[in-house]
Design a protein around this ligand. Structure first.
Ligand SMILES: Cc1cc2nc3c(=O)[nH]c(=O)nc-3n(C[C@H](O)[C@H](O)[C@H](O)COP(=O)(O)OP(=O)(O)OC[C@H]3O[C@@H](n4cnc5c(N)ncnc54)[C@H](O)[C@@H]3O)c2cc1C
Length: 322
């Protein structure tokens, strides 16, 4: 553990906020009601849609949303109370089956579990009472200042996250006794200043792929390829991610494990779960070279990823308990 001194601390840890608030203040009353959602991914040639479609699921009030994403289709989601560990959330076999059933009924398809090339489960940190369905709960954000002065933000949505950030900074200024206000609303996102989406898409090939992922920051990834052309090679067969993106993830995006790279800095695990496992060793070696890992550290990071993919598969395909 490290001891870090700070004038202000912000707790923005999603469904873990209550756990952290309770560490700071034993009298903290829990406020988060975790609501689980899942998505699965199938090849586009099995569900040939070109836009987002919502479809009814037989016997359920909830509808499923089907969205084309490149040469895949993403099917989701669910919205259910969740009582398990927030550290181990996956799409279950039952959840996968109702999404497949919805898509098969709507599109007269024949999707089977073998068509599911990736899946993901997540928890929404909803704030509110325990009564009623999570689906009907408001997605409002909540910002509080605890007795120790820690600013906690929870609830909200990805689409409102910048506004939440703005309000949090203003709250921190209050804690610090300063009058300055957040400048977020006037700042472009990293890679967003001067970004021309149409020109980037029209450029095609690697330039378009990197531009769409990194905005104007893509030139730094491009520089890596210029210095070492082997970094232009794909890292996961069938997906557009390059080896340069692994190096960039280590240097500029704080990636510290194979899982960081394949699950979060890229979406390789979601779009090609099994192929991503096949790429784990190569990713481990690239990361290891960047971060000065020992051979044992590389092997541990690769083994952790492979074991986590096996665990995900067993819950999804064999119906094992999480
Ligand atoms: C299935 C699903 C569908 C969704 N759909 C939409 C949508 O269509 N539109 C939309 O706007 N929003 C959507 N959301 C909501 C959006 O994704 C959430 O609002 C968002 O993920 C919550 O963000 P967060 O940053 O509060 O929490 P999280 O994204 O959970 O991030 C919390 C972070 O804190 C870290 N952490 C935990 N404990 C600690 C600690 N002690 N110290 C340091 N770090 C810690 C965790 O590792 C994690 O990285 C959806 C969510 C789900 C699950």
């Amino acid at each position: 553990t490290f001891e870090i001194r700070a004038h202000a601390v912000v707790n923005a840890t999603g469904v873990w906020t209550d756990e952290l608030d309770a560490q700071a203040d034993a009298g903290h009353a829990p406020q988060v009601r975790p609501a689980k959602g899942v998505h699965i991914v199938v090849p586009w040639d099995k569900v040939r849609i070109n836009c987002t479609v919502t479809v009814p699921i037989p016997g359920r009030a909830r509808r499923a949303t089907c969205t084309r994403w490149g040469n895949t289709v993403v099917l989701g989601t669910a919205d259910e109370d969740y009582q398990g560990s927030p550290d181990d959330v996956h799409c279950t076999r039952q959840e996968m089956e109702f999404l497949l059933e919805g898509a098969n009924t709507a599109f007269e398809g024949e999707l089977t579990p073998d068509d599911v090339i990736g899946s993901i489960g997540g928890l929404r940190p909803l704030v509110g009472g325990k009564e009623g369905a999570t689906l009907d709960m408001r997605r409002d954000h909540h910002i509080t200042i605890g007795r120790t002065g820690m600013v906690t933000v929870t609830g909200g949505k990805l689409t409102t996250s910048r506004h939440m950030g703005e309000l949090v900074i203003d709250k921190v200024m209050t804690v610090l006794g300063r009058s300055a206000r957040s400048r977020t609303a006037r700042l472009p996102l990293l890679g967003g200043a001067g970004y021309d989406a149409e020109a980037v898409a029209a450029s095609g090939g690697l330039a378009a792929h990197l531009g769409e992922r990194y905005g104007t920051e893509a030139r730094f990834v491009g520089d890596l390829v210029q210095q070492d052309p082997t970094l232009a090679e794909p890292v996961v067969p069938g997906l557009p991610y390059t080896r340069a993106e692994v190096v960039y993830a280590a240097r500029a995006e704080m990636a510290r494990s194979v899982d960081d790279v394949l699950s979060r800095r890229t979406r390789a695990r979601l779009f090609a779960r099994d192929a991503s496992a096949g790429a784990a060793q190569a990713v481990g070696e690239l990361l290891g070279a960047e971060l000065g890992f020992s051979q044992a550290q590389i092997e541990r990071s690769v083994a952790d990823y492979l074991s986590s993919v096996r665990h995900e598969r067993s819950i999804l395909l064999e119906g094992a308990a999480a």
